[in-house]
Design a protein around this ligand. Structure first.
Ligand code: ADP
Ligand code: MG
Length: 701
C-alpha cells in the first residue's frame, strides 16, 4: 500500500510464511505484501462461541458446533460409497458423523468413548441428521474446550489446500500480522466523514474483520469497510463523468430542422406519450451542452424506446451528422432496419443494414457510402464496431439492449468518430436503482415510465401441462379471432442439435391439436441462417402464419403487434428477465393479450417464486428487483461482463442505505473539493493515487 509503510512489508517476512509459502500466496491469491494479505477478506465466519445441544439442531445446511461422546466406528459400503460412520451423543440426542476419505487416519486417531468437540455442516437425509468430514477435537476430562468465538473463513484455492495452506494457516498468519510491533493501517477516509457517517477507523475495522471478538463489532467493521468500498466506487463513477465533461468536447446539435420537424409532422404514426416527450427533451438538452452525451435510456418492454432513438438520430442528421444503432442480434438489427425503412419512407433519408451476414460486395459498397456520408443512419450488429467501418461524420451512437454490450465495446465505438459522438444506451431489462447506480453510475439516466395508451394489461396465468387441451382450445379461439400466437420452448444448452429436436417435439405436440395446413406455422431456432430467420420472421409478421414455434431466439425486441398469446413451455427453466422479455412480445397492439406459463413436474422454490412474480406483476422494475434478490446482482444480465461489480464486501441487495449514503458523500465531497486540496481530504487523495483503475477508466466512455 502506501508510504513505504508497514503494509508494504513483503509477505514472506511474516512469521509462519517464509519464501516457499509466499510463492504460493503470490501465485494463487496475488498476495505479495502484508497489505494484500489484509485485504484478502474472510468470506464468512464460523460461530464457535456456542456449543449446541444436538436436540436443537434443525435441518438446513448450517455450520455449527456440538460436543459429545463418540460411539464405536462402523465401516459400511464399498468402492466409492465406502465410508466410516459413528454417532456422537450428548445426552439430548445423537447425530451421525461420516468420513469418505482419510478413513484409516480417523480410525486410528479418534477414540470411541471419549468426549469430542465437533464442528461441521449439518445435512439431513431422509430425516436423519449427519455431518460429513467434521472437524473434531478431543476434550480432555475436566477440561473446558478453548473458546474460539468467531472464526474467519478465507477464500482459498484447491492448490493451496493441497499444500496444507489451509484456513488454519491463513488465520495464523493474520494473527501474526496483527501482533507485530508497528502494525498500523492508515486511515483512508476523512475524519469528518467518519464522524458524520458514524464509522469506525480503518485500522480497527480491518483488525476486527480478521479477528472478530463478537458479532456486534464484526458488523461495525463490515459496515465501515463496505462504506469505504462503495464510496470509492462512486467517487470513480463521478470522476469519470466529470473527466469526460471537462476533457471531451461534445458535438453541439443546435438545430432542430427539417428532418426532425418534417418527420414529426408528417410521418410519426402516433402521438408520443408524455414519458417519451420527457426523455426526448432530456436527450435534446444533452446534445446542445457542448459535452458528450452518455445517457442510459431505461424503459420497460414495449414502452417505445425505438422511436425516441429515431427522433434523436434525426436531430443528429439535421446537424449534418450520421448515426448508428447497434443491436445484439441479427433479428433485432433487421427489425430495426425494417421499422426505420417503413417510418422513413418518403423522407429521402438513406439508411442501411450491416451485419455479419452482409455479403462482401454489399459490404464494400456500404462502407464506401458510409465514408462519403451518403448513408445517414446505419443499423447493425457487432459488425458495426469492426475496424474498417468508417463514418464520414458520426454524431450519435445508439446501443440497444445494452446488457449484451460490455463497457469496453462502448469505448471502441466512440473511437470511430474524429470527435466523440453522443451515446445513448437503451435497455429493456430494467435494473433496480441500486444496481443502476453501481453499474452505470457514470451515466445519466432517463426513464420511460409509461406505456403508450390503449395498451391492455397482459393477462398472465400459470397452467399445468396436463391442461393442454384447454390451453389449445384457447389458442384455437384466438386464432379464429385473427390473432397470432407464440409458443416458446427452452433452449437446451449449447446444443443446436438438441435444440432443434426439442423444438420439433414441441411442434408435434402443438400440431396435434392445431394441425396444419388449417393452422399455419413459422419456426425459429438457432440453427437457421440469419437470412432464413428473416424469412420466418417476415412470414409471421405479415400474418402468412398463425403460430410461431420458437426457442428463445425471439426473446429480445421482436415486434409483431397482432400476436396476442405467448405460451412459454417449461417456464420453470427460464430466468425472470427472460420470461419478462418473452411476455413483452405480446401486448403490443390494442387487443387483449395473454401469457401462459406452462410447467410440468414439481417446481423448485426459486422457480415457483419466478412464476408467481410473473403472474403477479407486469412491472419490469419490480421483476428485476425480485430477480436480483433471487440470483444476486453478479448474475444479472450485463453486470457480469461489466466488470464494475467487483465488490468484495458489499451486497447491493442488502446495502442500499450504505450505497445511497456513499453516493451522497462522494457527491458532496467532489462539489466541495474536487481536487482534494483541503488538508482534511488528504486521505482521499492518497487513496485515489493508489487505484490503478483510473487510467483505464478515463479511456472508457
Ligand atoms: P421497446 O421500448 O420495447 O423497444 P418499441 O420501441 O419496440 O418498444 O415499441 C413497441 C411498440 O409500440 C411499437 O410497435 C411502436 O411502434 C409502438 N409505439 C411506440 N410509441 C408509441 C406511442 N407513443 N403510441 C403508440 N404506439 C407506440
Ligand atoms: Mg426495443
Amino acid at each position: 500500500m502506501h508510504q513505504g509503510s508497514f503494509l508494504d512489508t513483503p509477505i514472506e517476512f511474516i512469521k509462519g510464511v517464509g519464501p516457499q509459502r509466499a510463492e504460493v500466496l503470490k501465485k494463487e491469491l496475488s498476495i505479495h505484501t502484508v497489505g494484500d494479505f489484509l485485504s484478502h477478506y474472510p468470506y464468512r465466519y464460523e460461530d464457535r462461541s456456542v456449543v449446541y445441544p444436538i436436540s436443537q439442531i434443525g435441518s438446513g445446511e448450517v455450520f455449527l458446533q456440538i460436543q459429545g461422546v463418540l460411539s464405536a466406528f462402523e465401516l459400511v459400503g464399498e468402492g466409492k460409497a465406502r465410508r466410516l460412520t459413528c454417532w456422537l451423543r450428548d445426552g439430548t440426542g445423537q447425530i451421525e458423523l461420516i468420513w469418505f476419505q482419510g478413513i484409516s487416519y480417523v480410525h486410528k486417531n479418534l477414540q470411541p468413548g471419549q468426549r469430542y468437540l465437533v464442528f461441521g455442516r449439518v445435512s439431513e437425509f431422509k430425516g436423519k441428521l449427519s455431518i460429513a468430514h467434521p472437524e473434531v477435537e478431543l476434550i480432555k476430562p475436566h477440561e473446558k474446550p478453548a473458546q474460539k468465538g468467531l472464526v474467519p473463513v478465507y477464500p482459498l484455492t484447491d492448490s493451496m489446500r493441497r499444500r496444507y495452506l489451509d484456513n488454519k494457516f491463513m488465520s495464523q498468519v493474520s494473527a501474526n500480522i496483527l501482533a507485530m510491533p508497528g502494525f498500523e493501517i492508515p486511515e483512508n477516509l476523512p475524519a469528518y466523514m467518519l464522524e458524520k457517517q458514524q464509522l469506525v477507523a480503518r485500522h480497527w475495522a480491518i483488525s476486527m474483520l480478521h479477528r472478530p471478538n463478537n458479532p456486534q463489532n464484526l458488523q461495525l467493521a463490515e459496515n465501515r469497510l463496505k462504506f469505504e468500498e462503495l464510496f470509492y466506487l462512486q467517487i470513480r463513477h463521478l470522476q469519470l463523468k466529470s473527466h469526460r465533461n471537462r476533457t471531451l468536447k461534445g458535438l453541439v446539435f443546435e438545430k432542430v430542422g427539417e428532418h426532425f420537424n418534417g418527420f414529426y409532422k408528417n410521418h410519426l404514426p402516433f402521438e408520443l406519450t408524455n414519458a417519451q416527450k420527457k426523455v426526448l427533451k432530456e436527450i435534446r438538452k444533452d446534445m446542445v451542452t457542448g459535452r458528450q452525451m452518455n445517457r442510459l435510456l431505461q424503459g420497460d418492454v414495449g414502452s417505445g424506446k425505438t422511436i425516441v432513438a429515431i427522433l434523436a438520430m434525426l436531430i443528429a442528421l439535421d446537424n449534418g451528422y450520421q448515426s448508428c444503432i447497434m443491436a445484439p442480434t441479427e433479428i433485432l438489427a433487421s427489425q430495426h432496419y425494417a421499422v426505420m425503412q417503413e417510418l422513413l419512407e418518403g423522407t429521402g433519408i438513406k439508411t442501411a443494414l450491416l451485419t455479419g451476414s452482409t455479403t462482401k460486395k454489399n459490404r464494400e459498397k456500404l462502407l464506401a457510402e458510409l465514408k462519403s456520408g451518403e448513408i445517414s443512419i446505419l443499423t447493425g450488429t457487432h459488425a458495426l464496431i469492426e475496424n474498417d467501418v468508417d463514418f464520414a461524420q458520426l454524431g450519435l451512437v445508439v446501443i440497444d439492449e445494452q446488457h449484451r454490450f460490455g463497457v469496453a465495446q462502448r469505448a471502441k465505438l466512440w473511437r470511430k468518430g474524429n470527435r466523440v459522438p453522443h451515446i445513448l444506451v437503451m435497455t429493456a431489462t430494467p435494473i433496480p436503482r441500486t444496481l443502476a447506480m453501481t453499474v452505470y453510475g457514470d451515466l445519466e439516466v432517463s426513464t420511460i415510465d409509461q406505456l403508450p395508451s390503449g395498451r391492455k394489461q397482459i393477462v398472465t396465468v400459470h397452467r399445468h401441462d396436463n391442461t393442454r387441451p384447454l390451453i389449445m382450445q384457447f389458442v384455437r379461439e384466438e386464432v379464429a379471432k385473427g390473432r397470432q400466437v407464440y409458443v416458446v420452448f427452452p433452449l437446451i444448452e449449447d446444443s443446436p442439435k438438441l435444440e432443434l429436436k426439442s423444438l420439433m417435439t414441441g411442434y408435434e405436440v402443438v400440431a396435434e391439436y392445431l394441425p396444419p395446413p388449417a393452422y399455419k406455422y413459422s419456426m425459429l431456432h438457432g440453427k437457421l441462417k440469419p437470412a432464413e430467420k428473416d424469412i420466418e420472421m417476415g412470414r409471421f409478421k405479415s400474418h402468412a402464419t398463425d403460430i410461431m414455434v420458437a426457442t428463445t431466439v425471439i426473446e429480445v425486441g421482436v415486434n409483431v403487434p397482432n400476436a396476442s398469446v405467448m405460451i412459454i413451455e417449461n417456464a420453470e427453466r427460464f430466468g425472470l428477465a427472460q420470461l419478462h422479455q418473452l411476455r413483452g412480445r405480446v401486448g403490443r397492439g390494442a387487443e387483449q393479450s395473454y401469457c401462459i406459463l406452462v410447467t410440468g413436474g414439481k417446481l423448485s422454490a426459486a422457480a415457483r417464486k419466478r412464476i408467481q412474480t410473473m403472474v403477479a406483476t407486469t412491472d419490469g422494475f419490480q421483476i428485476a428487483q425480485v430477480d436480483m434478490e433471487l440470483r444476486g446482482p453478479g448474475d444479472m444480465d450485463g453486470t457480469r461482463q461489466s466488470g464494475l461489480l467487483e465488490l468484495k464486501l458489499s451486497d447491493i441487495r442488502k446495502d442500499e442505505a450504505l450505497l445511497l449514503a456513499s453516493r451522497a458523500a462522494a457527491e458532496a465531497l467532489l462539489e466541495d473539493d474536487a481536487k482534494f486540496e483541503k488538508p482534511e481530504n488528504a486521505p482521499v487523495k492518497l487513496e485515489l493515487a493508489k487505484i490503478p483503475h483510473r487510467t483505464v477508466w478515463s479511456k472508457i466512455s
